[in-house]
Design a protein around this ligand. Structure first.
Ligand code: C2E
Ligand code: CA
Ligand code: CA
Ligand code: CA
Length: 277
């Protein structure tokens, strides 16, 4: 009979092997997805709280695998980053967004589309140049684009400074995304040259409770205000959250309360309805 610990060890080794295999094939799957254009974009409306108007949308990537399985970007974006494929993914994202922006901007020239940039994208001058060209060809302008960067993406304040100056002088707007969820450094925030701060869903979820996270949410709002940043709250699901945010002076919000991520065609209709209100 096999001793138990040996059996346990074998099982563990098997599990590790299976995981490693899965990760390897994931890399191949991502390559396949890039080649066969399996990614597509959906757009979540961003609302101006004071007027109830839709001022733009956040572009969110989706992956429809050959077998019809959906993989969350929370899983495959970090994998693409890890496998050195994120810039290729972002290039396809920019191509799709530029194409869709043409439809949106024709009818609603004042609206914006937000794109999520990973650290590598943010620090690559080619990415920015490519985006400029794509927008120009689509008849859209850099002022129609909001670039969402995370603290991890901004890295050190010195590097962040150079990147933000370059991106903003090209006419793009910049938001800091997921602020307060990573290893934040409050002292850096004041030195960043930004337009918007996005209040993460984690903080929005806590609003209305007496959890410490709710108190932190109000501090983040205070900090954003004192730095002259406009605020976009994400993951707003209830009218109660919406009322608290409006009362606290947050200008913009997105979330299921207003609209789930949708194809561009539906977004244009959505904005049309909201403008007629
Ligand atoms: P994020 O940038 O924080 O995006 C917000 C996420 O919250 C999206 O998830 C959105 O669908 C979800 N969400 C919005 N409102 C609500 C709500 O009211 N309730 C709930 N439960 N969820 C809500 P999604 O689309 O799954 O994206 C997850 C993350 O993947 C994003 O987080 C972002 O970090 C990343 N991501 C998505 N698309 C892209 C992309 O094109 N490029 C890059 N680099 N990252 C992306
Ligand atoms: Ca985002
Ligand atoms: Ca994010
Ligand atoms: Ca978030």
């Amino acid at each position: 009979l096999v001793p138990l610990y040996l059996l346990g060890g074998l099982l563990l080794a098997g599990a590790i092997y299976a995981l490693a295999r899965q990760r390897l094939s994931f890399k191949a799957d991502l390559r396949y997805a890039l080649e066969h254009k399996q990614f597509y974009m959906v757009y979540q409306p961003v609302m101006e709280l004071a007027t109830g108007r839709c001022v733009g949308a956040e572009a969110l990537i989706r992956w429809n695998q050959s077998d019809g399985q959906m993989v969350s970007p929370l899983v495959f974006i970090p994998a693409a980053e890890e496998h050195g494929l994120i810039q290729q993914v972002t290039l396809q994202v920019m191509e799709m967004v530029a194409r869709d922006a043409a439809d949106l901007i024709r009818d609603y020239p004042e609206t914006h589309i937000a794109i999520n940039f990973s650290a590598e994208d943010l620090h690559s001058p080619e990415t920015e140049a490519r985006l400029q060209t794509l927008l120009k060809d689509a008849g859209a302008a850099s002022s129609n684009i909001l670039i969402e960067a995370t603290e991890r993406g901004l890295m050190t304040p010195e590097k962040a400074k150079a990147v933000l100056i370059s991106v903003r002088s090209s006419g793009f707007k910049v938001a800091i995304d997921d602020f307060g969820t990573g290893n934040s450094s409050l002292s850096y925030l004041a030195t960043y040259d930004l337009d918007f701060l996005k209040i993460d869903k984690m903080f929005v979820d806590a609003l209305g409770s007496d959890a410490p996270t709710a108190r932190v949410a109000f501090h983040i709002i205070e900090i954003a205000r004192s730095l002259g940043l406009q605020m976009i709250a994400e993951g707003v699901e209830t009218q109660a959250q919406c009322d608290i945010l409006t009362g606290a002076g947050v200008q913009y919000a997105q979330g299921w309360l207003f609209g789930k991520p949708m194809p561009m065609r539906s977004l244009v209709e959505f904005i049309g309805q909201r403008h007629r209100l």
